[in-house]
Design a binder for this molecule. Structure first.
Ligand SMILES: Cc1cc2nc3c(=O)[nH]c(=O)nc-3n(C[C@H](O)[C@H](O)[C@H](O)COP(=O)(O)O)c2cc1C
Length: 334
C-alpha cells in the first residue's frame, strides 16, 4: 500500500500552485496520506489571506485522489480533521468499499496539464463544453460562472486592471514576484522565463491584459490570424466560486480547480489560473457584487481557450522531489 501511496503523492506534486511555490507537506502512514499546508511558503504580500495557498493545496488533494482512483484504491477523505491544527488540511484513508474519491479517467491529464500564458485561438469555446466543465466543478463542491454574457467581461477586466494597479503599490508584492521568477540554478520551484510570455496577451491592443504582469519571459507569442491584433483572443474567463469563504470552501475550490483544469486539458483546451483579482479585498468584493449572479464567494478565475494554431507544447515546470515534502511517518501499528 505504501508504494501506491508514494506513487499517488508523486502525481499530486504536479498540481498547479501560486507562483509554483508548492506550499504543501505530506505524511504517509500505514493506511493513510495526510496533507498539510506549509506556512513557510506563504506569499504574505501577494496572498495576504492565504487563499491561494489553500487553493493550491486543494488542487494537490484532488490530484492525489485522481491518482489513487486510477490505481483502483478506494479512499475516504476527511477535510480539516484536526481543529487544533489549522495546517492539517486533509486525511485520506484507504478504505476498501468506500469507492473511488475522484474521477480516475482524469489521471492521464496530470502530466499533460500546463499553465499557458500565451495568446490563445480566436475559435470560441463551445457553450456545451463550458457546461461540461461546470459539472466537474460542481462534482468537487464549487460552481463555475462564465463571464462572456453582456458586460460581465468588461466589468471583470476592470476589476483585474484595478487589482494589478493596487498590487504594484503593495509593499513586498514586486519582491515576491521577483524572487519566484528568478530562482537559483537547479531550483525545483518558481516560474522559469521559458514559461513566461515575451509580450502581453488576452485583450484588444487598447485595453490592459487580464493576465498577471510577470517579468518578461522567453515564451514566443504565436502570430495572430489575419485581421486580429497580436494580443486579443477568444479565451473565456470563468470564475470558480463557493457557497461561503472559510478554509473548507477554499480547499474545495482548489479541488474543483484541479477537476476543471484536468477536464479542460483532456478536451484540448489551454488553461491559465488567474488569482490577482482575488488577492485584493476590494476587487474581490467588486467581482462578488458586480459579476456573480448569486451570493457566492469568488475564489479564482480560470482562462480557458483553444491553443493558437502552431503553438508549440510548453515546457514542464519543475517540482521539488518527494523527499523535500514528506514528513516522517507516525506508525500507528507496531
Ligand atoms: C491558486 C493559484 C493561483 C495562480 N495564480 C496565477 C496567476 O495569477 N497568474 C498566472 O499566470 N498563473 C497563476 N497560477 C499558475 C501557477 O503559476 C502555475 O500553476 C505554476 O507556475 C506551475 O506551473 P504549471 O501550472 O504549468 O504546472 C496560479 C495557480 C494557482 C493554483
Amino acid at each position: 500500500m505504501e508504494r501506491m501511496a508514494l506513487a499517488a503523492v508523486e502525481q499530486a506534486l504536479r498540481a498547479p500552485s501560486v507562483h509554483n511555490t508548492q506550499p504543501w507537506r505530506w505524511r504517509i502512514d500505514d493506511d493513510r496520506v495526510e496533507l498539510f499546508a506549509d506556512p513557510d511558503r506563504h506569499l504574505v504580500a501577494t496572498d495576504p489571506g492565504a487563499r491561494d495557498l489553500v487553493l493550491s493545496c486543494g488542487a494537490a488533494l484532488h490530484h492525489l485522489l485522481v491518482a489513487l482512483a486510477a490505481q483502483g484504491v478506494d479512499a475516504q477523505v476527511d477535510r480539516l480533521p484536526d481543529p487544533d491544527d489549522v495546517t492539517h488540511l486533509a486525511t485520506v484513508t484507504f478504505r476498501s468499499g468506500a469507492g473511488p474519491a475522484a474521477d480516475a479517467t482524469l489521471a492521464p491529464q496530470i502530466p499533460l496539464r500546463r499553465t499557458d500564458r500565451r495568446r490563445m485561438s480566436h475559435r470560441p469555446v463551445p457553450a456545451d463544453l463550458l457546461q461540461e466543465l461546470a459539472e466537474h466543478a460542481r462534482g468537487a463542491g464549487a460552481v463555475l460562472f462564465p463571464t462572456h454574457r453582456g458586460d460581465l467581461r468588461a466589468r471583470l477586466a476592470a476589476a483585474l486592471a484595478d487589482a494589478a494597479r493596487q498590487q504594484q503599490e503593495a509593499p513586498g508584492y514586486i519582491t515576491e514576484l521577483t524572487v519566484w521568477t528568478h530562482r537559483y540554478a537547479g531550483a525545483r520551484d518558481g516560474i522559469a522565463p521559458g514559461n513566461l510570455a515575451a509580450s502581453s496577451v488576452g485583450a484588444p491592443l487598447d485595453a490592459p491584459s487580464p493576465l498577471r504582469a510577470f517579468p518578461q519571459g522567453r515564451l514566443a507569442q504565436p502570430g495572430p490570424p489575419l485581421g486580429h491584433g497580436l494580443a486579443d483572443d477568444a479565451a473565456e474567463l470563468v470564475v470558480v466560486a463557493t457557497p461561503a469563504d472559510d478554509v473548507l470552501d477554499r480547499l474545495r475550490a482548489g479541488e474543483a480547480t484541479s477537476a476543471v483544469l484536468l477536464a479542460a486539458t483532456r478536451a484540448g483546451l489551454s488553461t491559465t489560473p488567474l488569482s490577482q483579482g482575488m488577492e485584493v479585498d476590494a476587487t474581490r468584493e467588486a467581482i462578488r457584487l458586480d459579476i456573480l449572479p448569486m451570493a457566492e464567494s469568488p475564489q479564482l478565475i480560470l482562462r480557458l481557450g483553444w491553443p493558437a494554431t502552431g503553438a508549440p507544447t510548453l515546457p514542464t515546470t519543475p517540482r521539488r522531489p518527494l523527499s523535500a515534502v514528506l514528513l516522517p511517518a507516525m506508525r500507528r501499528h507496531p
